[in-house]
Design a protein around this ligand. Sequence first.
Ligand code: ADP
Ligand code: MG
Ligand code: ZN
Length: 634
Amino acid sequence: MAGLSYKNKYERYSLTNYKIRYFKRYDVAEDLKKALKTYFGFSKFKVGQEEIVNHLLKRNNLLAVMPTGSGKSLCYQLPALLLNGRTIIVSPLIALMDDQVAYLQSLKLPADKIHSNRTYGENASVWRCFMDGSTKILYISPERLMTRKMLEALGNLPIEMFVVDEAHCISKWGASFRPEYERLSEIQEMFPDAFLSAFTATADNATRQDIVQKLMAGRGRVVLQGFDRPNLSLSVILKNNWKRQLLEVLDGRRDVSGIIYTLSRKDTEIVSDFLNNKGFTTLPYHAGQEGEVRTSSQDRFMTEPGLIMVATIAFGMGIDKPDIRFVVHTSLPGSMEAFYQEIGRAGRDDHAADTILLYGLDDLVKRRRMIEQGAGDDGHKFRENKRLDALLAYCEASGCRKKALLSYFGEETDKCGNCDNCIDPPELFDGTVEAQILLSAITRTGEYFGRVHVVDVILGSSTDKVRKRNHDKLPIFGKGQEQSKEFWMALIRQLFASGDLYIDLVRHGALRITESGRKILSGEKTFRCKKIIAPKSKKRKTETFVPSNHTDLNQDLFNQLKQLRLSLAQEKKVPAFVIFSDRTLIEMAEKKPKTLPDLLLINGVGDKKLDQYGRIFLGSILEHLSQQDSEFIT
Ligand code: ADP
Ligand code: MG
Ligand code: ZN
């Protein structure tokens, strides 16, 4: 039945008809539109589709690079239906094949699939239908296709077009190289009568050339369709409290569909539980779950309104839900390409949708580690790191994010007016001096430490680690007290993003300075910095802060000395810390000096202070000691 109804339609739009009209150049467009309507029910092409369909009907080798959601499948499915011969479609994921074939079969179109998840009997019967022509479009995995038996069998059939979907998988330059894709380059020689088309959403220039070279021996045209998705808004939030921030982001989004991407499987559960407790409806999704669980989650996501999927990157390929209103990342994605693909799942219905990326430096370190420990040779790792750098630059961009995103894919655009930076542009200032303080702290500590220690040194925090390494003796120690810890952490991020710093994983995440960073240090280069909106230095607070690790501290004596300081300050009408700092008083209460020369050894007691206050503080200490002695005697 299905075959019949298809055949009737097909004959009306068969290529013979089509070709004659095409070359007579009349009404072709009208015919194509009719075919689109008849087969798929759509009344017009999406941007770029018609051009590609026309190329394929002329049997041109072609690589089409089009954004996610732009309707690439239809670009080859429609010609596959209109061409006389048969079409083989190679796709990297079984789930993708299943979805597409189910869709085509629901439209009663003659498509089927052969892959390893089907029984021998199923695959055999599909093959019979493909042989006799009642199935015209065959989806197949690259492994299956490239077996000798399959290739020989295909050699006897009128195969007209090969389609390679997700073609970036063929390229080592690409973000997701699949070794089994590489052999697809043999097709062109084995099937000289067929032509090839390849589709991908993500391919920079090098990847594009690589694909055309491998699949089409360099003879293929490339059709690029803009990467811009004007209905997607872009924003980036610095992560400091994911729970609070996530709730803020999701405020008012209870009734719409969305995806939240997390870094790890465990995180999907944690975030999902947290949100469910807050009254959202969410499901975790990751590759470690049973197939059944995943399928049922997917089904719910596709059908239930207001459901949020909390997922690893395992979720999304082939997900074709038009009304996903937001995509949130709770940590840094793996690359610009991955990020683009993932946000691309939002707003396919062309209505406004939001993308929000929460990121912190911890994520960056984790990502670097994943690359370092992952598969691939040094060249691969180097490229992966570069991709990550590009994403970081996006995160720290001070200009329009759309511009930053598209320029990565080689596309220029005007300000979008729809991203956080366009709506609320960050202020810029000359941060050269601050950058120099930071960089010199890194140099002085041997480029050997992570950011926490470096910032401790700049802020003059006398931690165990600082004292052990004698870093409190460095001239740079405490030179950054004017600014807060948050300020320095933000500056480090910006210096990463601008390529002036990098993380050395061999040295366990030590901060290291690049060539261009050294130029800032030497004054050859200035550093324009995004205004860092962070609480001002909290240094003052330490005036009343008593560190708990001062075991020798005599709390009574300390209080007594503070009391003395207070009365002196009131008398002289000066702030208390002008007389002695807390630190100095703590040290007095610890060491309990008994003479003026002893008192002079205390940090913060110089000749002048000794002259002014020495006797009076010494008196207080001795008084305290004599009281203790007498207590001891009685
Ligand atoms: P891509 O592979 O480029 O990410 P898909 O091929 O999965 O995109 O198509 C995305 C969505 O657009 C699908 O829901 C598809 O049915 C729909 N679509 C494709 N072409 C048209 C069209 N001409 N009119 C309306 N919807 C279309
Ligand atoms: Mg696709
Ligand atoms: Zn913008």
